[in-house]
Design a protein around this ligand. Structure first.
Ligand code: IMO
Ligand code: MG
Length: 436
């Protein structure tokens, strides 16, 4: 199908980067629609590992045009460093366009992010500290600086001076820290602006025209549905729209032009930062999943909280994104367990519920009701087809399909590109989170 959205179906870190890399080869454009360098997408090509934060994973695929769209918030220092290191490793970065409308993250955004987290104390969100929330706050307040203005040496110093007047008052009076000096920031960021200017374009038009002329677009999701500012587990969320609808905001394509929406989910669940997590395992099993799955943040290095697959949350993600299929990741990590579990319902105030409560207050009162399945001892990492997988893996996959209500069409059994099983599947599944 032509235009495909790849969306995180959990709390981020679902290995979206790998799937984008696998699907990009026959796409004309890869478009990143939201988030910033809070994202960490790891892609393995041969024996090379790439950790991407802002540059779309399609950059590793030769001819694909990569677009950083309007909804992304860009840390100039971060993207310059990423591009420089990609070029040093022989990756051509000429096929990249950055939206002139994308907002820029400046030193005060990072500072506010960190100061605000400190001020919240025990109630801290556990953000990545990359200035994401404050940058989106300024965008909504209409005091942000966009990429095109940032790259204009006449406009940037004027806009920055105006904004710093307000920001410095808050820094000094509320947080009791030193004010920032506009000239120093202008000086420090001049090089970044010069470096980035050639990439800046009206990307919504580029994408819209490409699609109109029959080119295919792959949308690269960052974060995950449960971190969406509306649909996610507010207030423990990010400040953007990682869910599928976000792909049609500020990118140049409308909802009618999307052909399929692939949700990416791990075979278990992880979460970084604070907030309710019903299937979290605070025991040896959780530790084992963390070690086997190398569950440490790509962006911050933090150990990820780990637990069994949450089918109730997955069902929710499937519904609210309108998923057409699922990509089930890290199946190899579950090899070796005597039994594996999938949460099919929650126990809430003494009754069983199937609907995911997306607010912190109710979700924190939910405990999982599991379906226990037999595990598999076999190494699945070299399986090339679905049929080669052990029966117990297939039962696991079928249970995932049932609870999510969509077919699993891609399975990942390792980090390499060739450790991916594509499974054409058209059967209609009418699933729901039930134990039967
Ligand atoms: P990828 O694209 C996992 C989480 C943070 C924190 C919350 C808010 O790699 O899946 P923020 O810095 O965005 O204000 O933090 O969101 N978070 C992620 N967790 N993967 C990500 O991205 C994330 N991006 C943000 O840990 O709980
Ligand atoms: Mg990540």
């Amino acid at each position: 199908m032509a235009n495909t959205v790849v969306v995180g179906a959990q709390w981020g870190d679902e290995a979206k980067g790998k799937i984008i890399d696998c699907l990009a080869h026959d796409k004309d454009l890869v478009v990143r629609w939201g988030g910033g360098s809070n994202a960490g997408h790891t892609v393995c090509v041969g024996d090379q590992e790439y950790k991407l934060h802002l540059v779309p994973a399609g950059i590793l695929n030769g001819n694909t045009l990569n677009v950083v769209a309007d909804g992304v918030v860009i840390d100039p220092a971060g993207i310059v460093e990423e591009l420089t290191s990609l070029k040093a490793r022989g990756v051509s970065c000429t096929n990249l366009k950055i939206s002139g409308n994308a907002h820029v993250i400046l030193p005060y955004h990072r500072l506010f992010d960190q100061l605000e987290e400190k001020r919240k104390g025990e109630k801290a969100i556990g953000t990545t500290g990359r200035g994401i929330g404050p940058a989106y706050q300024d965008k909504a307040a209409r005091i942000g600086i966009r990429m095109r203005d940032f790259c204009d040496p006449k406009i940037f110093p004027v806009r920055l001076a105006q904004i710093l007047d307000i920001k410095n008052e808050i820094l000094v009076k509320l947080y009791g820290v030193e004010p920032l000096v506009a000239d120093q920031i202008v000086e420090q960021y001049r090089e970044f602006a010069l470096f980035l200017k050639p990439y800046v374009d009206d990307t919504a038009l580029v994408v819209a025209r490409a699609a109109k002329s029959g080119k295919s677009v792959l949308f690269e999701g960052a974060q995950g549905t449960l971190l969406d500012i509306d649909l996610g587990t507010y207030p423990y969320v990010t400040s953007s729209h990682p869910s599928a609808g976000g792909a049609t905001i500020g990118t140049g394509l409308g909802p009618t032009q999307i052909d399929q929406i692939i949700g990416v989910a791990k075979s278990y669940t992880t979460r970084v930062g604070a907030g309710a997590f019903p299937t979290e395992l605070l025991d040896d099993t959780g530790n084992l999943i963390r070690e086997r799955g190398r569950e440490y943040g790509t962006t911050t290095g933090r150990p990820r909280r780990c637990g069994w697959l949450d089918g109730v949350a997955l069902h929710y993600a499937s519904l609210v994104n309108g998923l057409t299929s699922l990509s089930l990741m890290h199946l190899d990590v579950l090899s070796g367990f005597d039994e594996v579990k999938i949460c099919m319902q929650y126990s809430f105030d003494g009754r069983s519920i199937e609907d995911f409560p997306s607010d912190q207050e109710r979700l924190s009162r939910c405990t999982p009701i599991y379906k226990t399945l037999q595990g598999w001892k076999d190494d699945v990492s070299e399986a090339k087809t679905y049929d080669e997988l052990p029966e117990n893996v297939k039962k696991f996959v079928e249970t995932v399909e049932k609870v999510a209500g969509v077919p699993v069409t891609i399975l990942s059994v390792g980090r390499r590109r060739d450790q991916t099983i594509f499974r054409p599947y058209s059967k209609k599944i009418s699933g729901s989170p039930s134990l039967s």
